[in-house]
Design a protein around this ligand. Structure first.
Ligand code: ZN
Length: 418
C-alpha cells in the first residue's frame, strides 16, 4: 500500500457507550496497511503530516462486519410468507440446489462480494451451499474481492433434499481439502466448519466437524434457538440431551472461535453454557423480523460476558447493508436504542466476537485500515455542537446503501461509488 492520510469527519467506537468523533479528523495509513495515526487534525504528528494528503468524500468509519450471511441465498432474499422450517423447504433449499451448476455459483459469488463491498462491509462470515465446487468458486471470488472473508460449506447429512445431503465421511473429506487449500491462504481468508444446524446434522457429522475445526484452527458457525419449531425438532432428534445448545457442546462444537447465529430463545442454562464455553452469538434482527422468529433478549445479554455482534442473515435478512440491520436491532427491542449500541455491534463488538479486535473493528492506531467513507448529513443549527451521538444517529437511522462512497481494506481501496 502507498501510505497516505485521509482528512474528514471521523467516528470510531471505543465501547458500547463511547465513540470518538472529530469533525476535522485524519486517518493516516502506513505502508503496512495499518493505521499510523487516527485523531483530530491539529494533533497530526509530523510523520503522518509528511504523507500525501487526500480528502475523504464522507464520514470515516471502520468497515462494517457482518457475522452471519448466506451467499447462495442472495438471489432468494425477500421470499416471505412462511416460518423458518417451511421457508427453508419452499424457498431456500431449491435455490441452494442451483449451486450444483458451477457457472451459476460463479455468477452469484461475483455479485455477492461486489454487493458486500458496496454495502460498506469489509469483513463477513459467510455460508456457502453444500457443493465443494461452488465453495472453491466462492473462495476464488472472495480472494479477488480483497475483503476479509470467513467461509464454509453448509454441511447436512439428513432431513434435507438429497441434492444437499452428503455422508459424514464425504463432508469431512471435502472440507479437509477445502481447508488445506484456503484456510489462511491470505491474511484475509479463513475457513469455517459449518454444520447447518442440529435438525439436519447427525452427531457423527457434528463431532467430525468439531475435530476438523480444532485440528486446523478454523472458525465454527451454525444456527441455534431461532424458532420454536426448529427447537422442537432439535429436541426430538436428541432427546437424551438437556437442550439444543447442549447438542453442540456434546459434539465439541462450542469454543472461542464459534459463532452461534440467533440464539434468541435460549434458556438461562443455555446462556450459562455459552458463557462457560466462550462462544460468540450473532444477532440477526432483520431475519428474525422477516420470519417472525422472535425477539433477541438483549437485556439478558447485558448482564453477561457473552461476546456478540450483528449479522445480515441474507436471505432471511433482505439486505447486506448493515445500517439497516442496526436499525432492525432497535425495532426488535421496541425501545429507543442508543445508536452507539448497534453501531458497536457491527464494528468493534463484532471484531471481538471473531477475536480479531487487535486487527479490525475501529479506527485506532495500529489496527488495519479497514474503513469506509459514508455520505452523511451532519448539518446542525448554527451554534450547535455536533456530537458523536449525532454522527452515530445519522449512520444508524438515516443512511441508505447509496451513501457508501468509498471502502478500503488494509488501506487498499476495494470500492468507490464515483
Ligand atoms: Zn442463517
Amino acid at each position: 500500500v502507498t501510505p497516505f492520510r485521509l482528512h474528514g469527519p471521523l467516528l470510531s467506537p471505543v465501547s458500547e457507550i463511547e465513540f470518538r468523533f472529530f469533525l476535522r479528523g485524519v486517518v493516516a495509513v502506513g505502508g503496512d496497511g495499518r493505521i499510523a495515526y487516527s485523531g483530530p487534525e491539529p494533533d497530526l504528528p509530523e510523520y503522518a503530516a509528511a504523507l500525501p494528503r487526500r480528502e475523504s468524500p464522507g464520514l470515516l468509519l471502520p468497515g462494517f462486519i457482518d457475522l452471519h450471511t448466506h451467499l447462495p441465498q442472495y438471489n432468494a432474499r425477500g421470499r416471505c410468507g412462511a416460518s423458518l422450517l417451511e421457508w427453508l423447504d419452499r424457498h431456500i433449499y431449491p435455490e441452494e440446489i442451483r449451486f450444483a451448476d458451477a457457472s451459476y455459483a460463479r455468477e452469484v459469488s461475483k455479485h455477492f462480494f461486489r454487493a458486500l463491498a458496496a454495502s460498506g462491509t469489509t469483513t463477513a462470515a459467510v455460508y456457502c451451499s453444500a457443493h465443494a465446487e461452488a465453495a472453491r468458486t466462492a473462495f476464488e471470488e472472495a480472494e479477488r474481492s480483497r475483503l476479509r472473508i470467513i467461509l464454509g460449506r453448509t454441511l447436512m447429512d439428513r432431513n434435507a433434499p438429497p441434492e444437499l445431503v452428503e455422508t459424514p465421511a464425504t463432508s469431512l473429506r471435502e472440507d479437509e481439502e477445502l481447508i488445506s487449500h484456503w484456510h489462511r491462504r491470505t491474511e484475509r481468508l479463513w475457513c469455517a466448519v459449518t454444520p447447518r444446524f442440529a435438525p439436519s446434522c447427525s452427531m457423527e457429522l457434528m463431532r467430525g466437524a468439531a475435530r476438523l475445526a480444532e485440528r486446523h484452527g478454523c472458525y465454527v458457525q451454525t444456527h441455534v434457538n431461532e424458532s420454536p419449531a426448529e427447537i422442537a425438532r432439535a429436541r426430538e432428534l436428541f432427546p437424551e440431551l438437556g437442550s439444543y445448545t447442549e447438542v453442540y457442546e456434546t459434539a465439541g462444537l462450542l469454543g472461542e472461535r464459534t459463532l452461534l447465529a440467533h440464539n434468541i430463545h435460549a434458556t438461562e442454562s443455555e446462556l450459562d453454557l455459552c458463557e462457560r464455553t466462550a462462544c460468540a452469538v450473532v444477532h440477526c434482527p432483520e431475519a428474525n423480523l422477516f420470519l417472525g422468529s422472535g425477539r433477541f433478549p438483549l437485556k439478558k445479554y447485558r448482564n453477561r460476558t457473552i461476546r456478540y455482534g450483528l449479522g445480515s442473515d441474507v436471505g432471511a435478512g433482505t439486505t447486506l447493508f448493515m445500517p439497516q440491520i442496526m436499525r432492525s436491532m432497535a425495532w426488535v427491542q421496541q425501545e429507543n436504542l442508543h445508536p452507539f449500541i448497534p453501531l458497536y455491534r457491527a464494528t468493534a463488538g463484532a471484531a471481538e466476537a471473531l477475536s480479531l479486535e487487535r486487527n479490525i473493528g475501529a479506527l485506532d492506531t495500529g489496527l488495519c485500515a479497514d474503513m469506509i467513507a459514508m455520505r452523511c448529513d451532519l448539518e446542525t443549527g448554527e451554534d450547535a455542537e455536533l456530537s458523536a451521538e449525532d454522527a452515530a444517529s445519522a449512520v444508524v437511522y438515516r443512511s441508505q446503501p447509496s451513501d457508501i462512497l468509498a471502502v478500503w481494506v488494509a488501506g487498499e481501496q476495494v470500492f468507490s461509488s464515483a
